[in-house]
Design a protein. Structure first.
Length: 87
């Protein structure tokens, strides 16, 4: 059985030193900053950029479409989790 979106989000959170969440929720700005730093995204994180810019930088880092828009889809989360596992 493949992991759910919530499972993938929690795996990503834990791999960048954030905490697992029981409820289903998107990433906070702090979690996105941690993912950007873990993937060495080409993005200044001080001051904290908008979520849309961080999601685009993360998508670029995992060879996704940076213009894909809003929240991460399951395919995005799978690519991010795989990239973090290989780090």
């Amino acid at each position: 059985m493949s992991p759910t979106v919530d499972d993938l989000r929690n795996e990503i959170r834990e791999s960048v030193g954030r905490y697992e969440r029981v409820e289903s929720t998107g990433f906070t700005k702090e979690a996105l900053v941690a993912v950007c730093e873990a993937l060495d995204c080409d993005l200044a994180t001080e001051p904290t950029p908008p979520k849309s810019e961080m999601r685009a930088a993360i998508r670029r880092a995992v060879d996704g479409d940076p213009d894909d828009g809003g929240a991460f889809r399951k395919a995005d989360l799978e690519a991010i989790a795989a990239a973090l596992r290989s780090e």
